[in-house]
Write a protein that binds this ligand. Structure first.
Ligand code: GAP
Length: 525
């Protein structure tokens, strides 16, 4: 890995976003109408990049679980897919705790109209003067932090103390809000439900009876179908159910490009096992998921595995039994990290909740457990399986891969190239006639067709005859295309072509007949 690509603190998010727009990776949603905060559209290159990442996950999780690595029990890992609805019976979200618990207490500012997550707001007072004005509130790593620190230093010098705003209780009369000019404009913290509400049916009445929610996670579609899957397939615990799909959260502060959006896609596995085996499976999944992200191109020190502190546990996570995040150092979090995937031991919280609320039995009969019968066979045991959940964000994965791939290089015409892992690269190869005459376009079309037939299911095979060859290489560098094949005058006489490598920009000649095999090797096939 090059120095430039490993050091994300030196990469400019503005430059990365500009490249995403310029080359058709990601656009602002509804851009021609001024956009809509927290929503993003993927352009041609972005859509293919996203598909390639989703396909890689599907292949390695569903089709060939853990790429053939056996589970901790020495057996092949078993995973089946589902594809469930975005809108479900609202009782699903009562049972899952989202209606009651998916609330971040928020603080509004009456002056600036900004809204803040209460647990994100920090405060500075004079030492021992927490009950006196002024108290300066700010959000870490935002302009409000610089502004308020300066103001606090002017007022109190070094005699300050810093704390979470919520330590004051709920009376903020003495507090200067992060974006306010007058004291006491912050409201008390209020619950704010992050689920998008809609109304089902043709009736114009929008009442609680026909209200429904867009799912805030794909996981619940899996839990509510646990019994269906057990009863209609040949799976047996331990096994997993996986799905990818859209999730929606009315995030209070969508920000950092696609990192925190209001519409995003998840790739989730719910892996069901006996409670006694949950710790072992947790470790297995945590380690393998971390390795997977490394193998897909996040191999440097920008990726870390972090075990949660007990005060960060989600409402479903088992205390003391593990929740870990795979985190990536994005340019906007550097030197810190942002979550890419969470691996949680959810206990049997979800199945138990759905059993209680639906009154349908969610227990599993395990014929391999229980006391031994006189014939020496186990009598079987009923239990509610525990669940290990590796839950990844597809859009965050794409964003991490874009940030990692972004490699400034002043020596190139493009000044930057995208060093995508060949498996996720949206364009797998390009075929160029050096000039658009003398039989070269025909030869290029021939090779292009051959490569499309063999590799087109994996991504685009580009061909382009316009502009200078240098400009075409530059376009491919920005698109992150690993290999360019060029047909020139010699091709017509000796059958060789030029191969240009994206990462080294080096060129060499190979017989055109070997182009397919060459590309297969680059793609690790
Ligand atoms: N079922 C568990 C669950 O949904 P989560 O940590 O809330 O857990 C899982 O979400 C993953 O979904 C996160 O690690 C992140 O990658 C992605 N994610 C969550 N909220 C997101 C948002 N607002 N925008 C983009 N991705 C998000």
């Amino acid at each position: 890995m090059s120095e430039a690509s490993s050091n994300n603190a030196n990469k400019s998010m503005d430059d990365i976003m500009a490249l995403c727009k310029r080359r058709g990776f990601i656009y602002q949603a509804s851009e021609i109408y001024g956009g809509i905060n927290g929503f993003w559209d993927y352009g041609p290159l972005g859509a293919q990049l996203k598909k390639n990442l989703r396909d890689a996950w599907w292949q390695d999780v569903v089709m060939n679980p853990c790429v053939g690595r056996p589970g901790p029990d020495g057996e092949p890992v078993e995973i089946v897919p589902v594809d469930t609805c975005i809108i479900q019976n609202p009782k699903v979200w009562e049972a899952s705790g989202h209606v009651g618990g998916f609330n971040d207490p928020m603080i509004d500012c009456r002056e600036s109209k900004a809204r803040y997550r209460a647990d994100h707001v920090r405060a500075i007072s004079g030492k021992g003067k927490r009950n006196e004005a002024p108290i300066f509130a700010f959000l870490t790593d935002t302009p409000s932090e610089t502004k308020q620190r300066k103001a606090a230093a002017k007022k109190f010098g070094n005699e300050i103390e810093e704390f979470d705003l919520l330590e004051l209780g709920t009376d903020f009369a003495n507090v200067l809000g992060p974006d306010a000019d007058t004291l006491g404009t912050l409201t008390e913290p209020r619950a704010f439900n992050l689920m998008f509400k809609t109304f089902v049916g043709a009736t114009s009445a929008q009442t609680d009876e026909n209200a429904a929610y867009l799912r805030p996670e794909t996981a619940q579609g899996i839990f509510i179908n646990f019994k269906n899957v057990v009863d209609t397939t040949r799976v047996s615990v331990p096994f997993g159910i996986a799905q990818t799909g859209k999730a929606f959260r009315n995030e209070v502060t969508p920000r950092n490009f696609t990192f925190r959006s209001r519409e995003f896609e998840q790739m989730e596995i719910e892996f069901f096992c006996h409670a006694d085996d949950a710790k072992t499976w947790f470790t297995f999944w945590r380690d393998w998921r971390y390795q997977w992200w490394q193998e897909i191109g996040l191999a440097g020190d920008n990726l870390i595995l972090r075990n949660h502190d007990s005060d960060e546990l989600a409402h479903y996570a088992k205390e003391g039994e593990g929740t870990s995040d795979i985190e990536y150092r994005f340019p906007f979090t550097a030197p810190g990290f942002g979550e890419l995937e969470g691996i949680a031991h959810r206990g049997n919280f979800d199945l138990t909740q759905h059993e209680e609320h639906s009154k349908k039995k969610m227990q599993y009969f395990d014929t391999t457990r229980g006391e031994l019968a006189p014939n020496g066979q186990p009598k079987g045991e009923w239990y509610t399986p525990h669940c290990i959940e590796p839950s990844a964000g597809l859009d965050r994965g794409v964003l991490a891969i874009i940030c990692e791939a972004y490699t400034p290089d002043e020596s190139r015409a493009s000044k930057v190239y995208m060093k995508f892992h060949p498996r996720v690269a949206p364009i797998k190869a390009a075929v160029f006639p050096l000039v658009n005459k003398d039989g070269m376009p025909e030869k290029a079309a021939e090779l292009h067709q051959e490569l499309v037939k063999k590799f087109g299911h994996l991504g685009a095979i580009e061909t382009d005859a316009k502009q200078s060859i240098g400009k075409r290489y530059a376009r491919m560098d920005e698109a992150g295309c690993p290999i360019c094949f060029t047909i020139d005058g010699d091709t017509l006489t000796d059958g060789t072509i030029t191969v240009r490598d994206r990462d080294t920009a080096e060129q060499k000649r190979i017989p055109m007949a070997q182009a397919s095999a060459y590309l297969a090797e680059v793609l690790g096939m």
